[in-house]
Design a protein around this ligand. Structure first.
Ligand code: AR6
Length: 179
């Protein structure tokens, strides 16, 4: 399993598989602004974690309004192994600037810090239904992590969970390049 370690001990691991099976304090969801969890990662999280995650998401939107692109919201993780789901809204490529993915990653990491969590797992946000290329998304995610990791105090482990060989191979090459 490819891994990276920062001087402060924070590790980054790239794994292949289903993020709903990953053991981490928080799982990041690739969400939309309305937190209506349809397909992809979001659908899998609600199917496995339970409808409570969708209900809490709706409650969040009722209270605070839609989550801006690059922003995050937190709910419980229902029946999943994680303690929380951090719903991060990535950009829709061709509609919003892909650089907003940096905000989505940064805000997720900062939220995990705020919650005092030690581990967080990310999917390849925006590379499914939202249509961003793996290569560009990987580079933005890697650079955001490279910038944020040295300042992390609570978070010790960052996991990037890729679905399928193609995503894994591209992310692996780009992370090797950037970290
Ligand atoms: N585990 C890990 N990665 C996955 C999984 C899984 N179970 N399922 C898909 N992927 P997407 P987006 C990969 O579409 O592009 C939803 O409807 C997938 O192959 O989940 O940010 C939301 O409600 C791709 O590489 O997220 C939003 O409306 C990556 O995860 C919208 O999709 C992200 O794909 C968000 O679109």
């Amino acid at each position: 399993m490819p891994g990276f370690k920062f001087p402060n001990g924070v590790t980054v691991e790239l794994i292949k598989g289903d993020i709903t099976e990953v053991e981490a304090d928080a799982i990041v969801n690739a969400a939309n602004s309305y937190l209506e969890h349809g397909g992809g990662v979001a659908g899998a999280i609600v199917r496995k974690g339970g409808w409570v995650i969708q209900e809490e998401s709706r409650e969040w939107v009722r209270k605070y309004g839609p989550v801006p692109v690059g922003g995050v919201a937190v709910t419980s993780a229902g029946k999943l192994r994680a303690k929380y789901v951090i719903h991060a809204v990535g950009p829709r490529c061709g509609i919003e600037p892909i650089e907003k993915l940096d905000d989505a990653v940064t805000n997720s990491l900062r939220k995990a810090e705020e919650l005092g969590l030690t581990s967080i797992a990310f999917p390849a946000i925006s590379t499914g239904i939202f249509g961003c290329p793996y290569e560009d998304a990987a580079r933005i995610m890697a650079r955001a992590i490279r910038r944020e990791a040295p300042g992390l105090k609570s978070v010790r482990r960052i996991i990037i969970c890729l679905y399928g060989d193609e995503a894994f191979n591209v992310f692996n090459r780009v992370f090797n390049d950037e970290l």
